[in-house]
Design a protein around this ligand. Sequence first.
Ligand SMILES: *[C@@H]1O[C@H](CO)[C@@H](O)[C@H](O)[C@H]1NC(C)=O
Ligand SMILES: *[C@@H]1O[C@H](CO)[C@@H](O)[C@H](O)[C@H]1NC(C)=O
Ligand SMILES: *[C@@H]1O[C@H](CO)[C@@H](O)[C@H](O)[C@H]1NC(C)=O
Length: 476
Amino acid sequence: MANTSLLPRRQSLVPFICFCVMIFTLPSSQGGNVLITTSLGEGSHYFVGKTIGKYLVKHGHNVTMLVSKAYAHRAENPDDAELNFIVFHQSAEQIESVKERHLSYSKNALEPSGAAYLYKLIQAHRKGAADDCDELLGQNPDVMRRLEEGNFDVVVYDMIWLCSLMLAMKLNVPAVLSSPMAAPTMLSMYAGNPVNLAYTPDVMNGYNNKMTFFQRVNNVIANRVLYSLLEYHHVPYNSIRERHQIRPDLSGSIANLVGTYTDLFLVNLDFAVEFPLPLNPNIITMGGITARPASSLPNDLEAFMQSSGDGGVILFTLGSYVTHIKPEFLEPFAEVFQRYPQQKILWQLAGEHKFKLPPNVKTMPWLPQNDILGHPKTRLFIFHGGNNGFYETVYHGVPAIIIPLTGDAIDQGVRLKHHGFGIVLDKTNVTVDILRVAIDAILNNDSYSEAAKLLSSRLRSRSMHRVIALHSGSTT
Ligand SMILES: *[C@@H]1O[C@H](CO)[C@@H](O)[C@H](O)[C@H]1NC(C)=O
Ligand SMILES: *[C@@H]1O[C@H](CO)[C@@H](O)[C@H](O)[C@H]1NC(C)=O
Ligand SMILES: *[C@@H]1O[C@H](CO)[C@@H](O)[C@H](O)[C@H]1NC(C)=O
């Protein structure tokens, strides 16, 4: 995961390489005991945590994932047999609340982004996430005993569920924060990293690094608003901490303790696409950790890919959070795809739908996204702009159309546009004509795929990705 800036000067490269070889080939007897708690077991945050876990296992560590009963099925996945799982109990109502919060992403997906949208999202999660925490700490004596007896060396936690930071404090072990979002400003606030808002756009405001005077002013204001909202979100954890007597010897609120208790910050970004900014050495970039060389596809899918001939395949997904979106939003897609008889379309679509699909479209409730993006027939990726998918498309050099739906997707859109490897569409204005113009532009103009290939070669040249390529095989 070493960033190139950490490379020592040329003459000392040999010991550095020996060091790398050593840490990646450590025998398992040297392994640590790692607890990973990335949200409750759902969505893109879970996938990032699980991927970190799988690489740690490959390097000889013992990894345990903590998930909620709401997602107990994670523990049954035969692909993840190398990971240990601890499932914590939740009451029936609370499981209902967890699922409802998950659905709120779908329900709010088409609302205009902005502070009001964010406030609504935070409101929907604030109390529920704290209640989850109370249940974990207060109503799971067996789980807590197992955790205490687990002799963990480190806890890797997700910044969207600070309960897991409290858990690390309670177990009295060091904590590593994992940020599945590429949110350098947000992370910097916690990690004590200097940020200059004159040239570093804050999350979710749609600016790039060349802001006008008024945009800079706005960037500063948006920054203050965002952090007030985040602090507001974290407030309930403080009373939970008091109630459960978690490390009363440590001073500061939970929001402060993110910075003071955490030893290392992992952030899912890479400067192949991110705008330049300084990073302290306690922040390690892991941009594109879920991206890796493509594995072969199941036979039926491979046959479908090959059947596309020279036209190639368009991959379309709205991601793991947006499972229930109103059908009117999807209709223009069904209609526009029939105008591309030369292409085949793979559409990740779960649940019922009423619209008629043209014969060149294949829908599946779940798709091996990384492997399809790495397939030579794939020409274009149309998606909601989630950070994992974004780095996967960069890694494989596939141009994209982003329709930012939730949270940080707008930031991925800005970077897509800035680097010229795709087109961003407005989610409130997706019509057949608008889609057609965008798809035509990318299929008929090589500049997009050339830009994508350039970024791909930059991202793959990173030491983390060279190591991942070496070890790739079964990390799904
Ligand atoms: C790995 O962690 C699990 C806890 O989830 C524990 O039961 C097991 O003993 C650990 N194995 C080793 C080798 O430490
Ligand atoms: C929708 O997009 C089209 C084409 O970009 C534009 O002409 C039109 O004004 C937009 N409509 C709205 C309501 O934003
Ligand atoms: C291809 O797209 C690029 C970037 O949008 C544009 O500058 C260029 O003029 C386009 N070329 C053609 C032939 O349309």
